[in-house]
Design a protein around this ligand. Structure first.
Ligand SMILES: [Zn+2]
Length: 503
């Protein structure tokens, strides 16, 4: 195919594909927030047709030819197009290498496995889920051997979620974190239950909580003309383009901070998307570069800003104003400590900042051994429980509260978990760099978080997917990723909160 023809066709297909993604995004958002229960039939029909069209848009001989032509003429492409081509080739590599029958068979397995997982969890019966997990792992090993025969199979899958991520990086990261954080968790646990949290469960009417959400979005300087907030079962962020980002939250009358920190977390995802550069509009690069860089931002706003003393100082008066009765016997200090309480727990989703990475480490160890064929699915639950005891010091009473708690493996996501922990660690390294340039706490206290966002925009947000995930930390800090920042951040914070002696 002639170069100019290929380039023109490529741009056309990206625009079409963006338009379909936009339409399907609105359908998804609507289904989670406003659509009535019986909308499922109509939506299923529409989604099936749309996904058929988008599949055919990129999985066909003509498009393969377009990509081959552009790939072999890389020197003629500008930086944005070159990166778009690189990502398109990567996303099609599996489909081009795996026999179609195997691929469809696997998609079918996934439908059943999700259902099996729900049943297994409900009945606390791991044996219902085990055969599906076995098939999922076998498929992942097989795909890796077909697409990237020279690569470690787990590295292949890590790279799918986070370009250039490998077990080498993660082993070093987790080894280091484990060596410092496991003893710190133990010391915190030994201090006993010294932080008061009773007031967090007091009844706070949803109507007033909505006003708190508005206030939080205002504190984060999120433009409401470009970002809407709605309610859904599980909070999430949907990005349609930089002028249409939507976040959701879930209100619990007896858990004020659940909504509060959901809004800050999703608001962090939103700020990333809202600040993508204008030069990327209509390209395939107009979005966050990876899951862990995205999580590094959401968890940065949620924890590093949102649970800081400075943020609590500007937030708490509003809480007192909206909920005078509920918070009349609560001091600012007590609130600050309560939102930072650390406690080893069984559930990853509810884990605090200190213990969170341990939950991920358990999953990482097991995924690695599964992908290397070093552990059978029957051996997994016992290993899960043993690692929880070792890292978090707790007994797992049942598989329902243990290995069956997460949806990811049943959904075919092997290699996804590590990005949650990496995201937290990236944020800790970034804040060190920010503090060199800006008066971080003063800005937060004085309602100038937008200046912190501008700093991140300059280095990360505006580049969207043009920036490789591994380069985000370097772009922001001028250094390679170093887990020591995360360890220092947690050690300093929790030593102060729990009044521990410095070691
Ligand atoms: Zn998130």
């Amino acid at each position: 195919m002639e170069f100019n023809k290929a380039l023109e066709r490529f741009k056309e297909i990206i625009k079409l594909s963006n338009a379909y993604t936009y339409a399907m995004g609105v359908i998804t958002f609507d289904s989670e927030t406003a659509a009535p229960k019986n909308s499922v039939m109509g939506r299923a029909k529409a989604s099936e047709i749309f996904s058929g069209i988008t599949y055919k848009l990129t999985v066909n001989e003509e498009y393969f030819e377009v990509l081959d032509t552009l790939s072999s003429n890389k020197d003629k492409l500008d930086a944005i197009t070159a990166r778009e081509v690189e990502l398109a080739v990567q996303s099609l590599s599996q489909i081009r290498h795996i026999p179609i029958e195997e691929y469809t068979e696997y998609r079918k397995t996934l439908t059943y496995s999700q259902n099996a997982w729900v049943q297994a969890k409900r009945n606390d019966d791991y044996s219902i889920f085990a055969p599906y997990l076995e098939k999922i792992i076998a498929f992942h090993r097989r795909v890796a051997s077909l697409v990237a025969p020279d690569m470690d199979p787990y590295d292949y899958w890590l790279d799918q979620y986070e370009q250039e991520l490998s077990t080498k990086t993660l082993d070093a990261f987790f080894d280091k974190v484990r060596a410092s954080i496991v003893p710190l968790i133990k010391r915190v646990s030994e201090r006993g239950d010294i932080i008061r949290t009773d007031f967090l469960e007091r009844h706070c009417p949803i109507e007033l909580q909505r006003r708190l959400s508005d206030y939080v979005m205002q504190l984060m300087h999120i433009s409401r003309d470009d970002c809407a907030i709605a309610e859904s079962e599980h909070p999430f962020t949907l990005e349609l383009d930089k002028h249409d980002v939507r976040i959701t939250t879930h209100y619990h009358e007896e858990r004020l901070i659940s909504n509060l920190y959901s809004v800050i977390h999703e608001g962090g995802h939103a700020l990333y998307e809202l600040n993508i550069g204008d030069d990327l509009i209509d390209t395939a690069l107009a979005g966050g570069t990876s899951m862990s860089v995205h999580e590094s931002q959401s968890r940065f706003y949620e924890n590093i800003i949102g649970r800081s003393r400075a943020f609590v100082e500007i937030l708490f008066p509003k809480i007192k104003e909206l909920f005078p009765e509920q918070y009349k016997d609560v001091s600012l200090d007590e609130f600050y400590l309560a939102v930072n309480k650390a406690q080893p727990s069984l559930k990853r989703m509810n884990a605090d900042e200190l213990t969170y990475a341990m939950h991920i480490m358990v999953r990482y160890e097991l995924e690695k051994r599964m992908m290397h064929g070093e552990i059978t699915v029957d051996e997994l639950p016992a290993e899960w429980n043993r690692l929880y005891k070792e890292y978090l010091g707790i007994e797992v009473p049942s598989n329902r509260e243990g290995i069956l708690q997460d949806v990811h493996w049943g959904g075919g996501m092997i290699g996804y978990f590590p990005s949650y922990a990496l995201g937290s660690a990236y944020g800790a390294q970034m804040v060190e760099a920010i503090k060199k340039d800006l008066d971080f706490d003063e800005l937060i206290k004085n309602d100038r978080i937008n200046e912190i966002t501008a700093w991140l925009t300059e280095r990360i947000y505006r580049f969207g997917r043009l920036l490789k995930p591994g380069d985000a930390v370097r772009a922001a800090t001028g250094k390679d990723f170093d887990p020591q920042y995360f360890i220092d951040y947690l050690t300093e914070k929790y030593t102060a909160i729990y009044g521990l002696d410095k070691e």
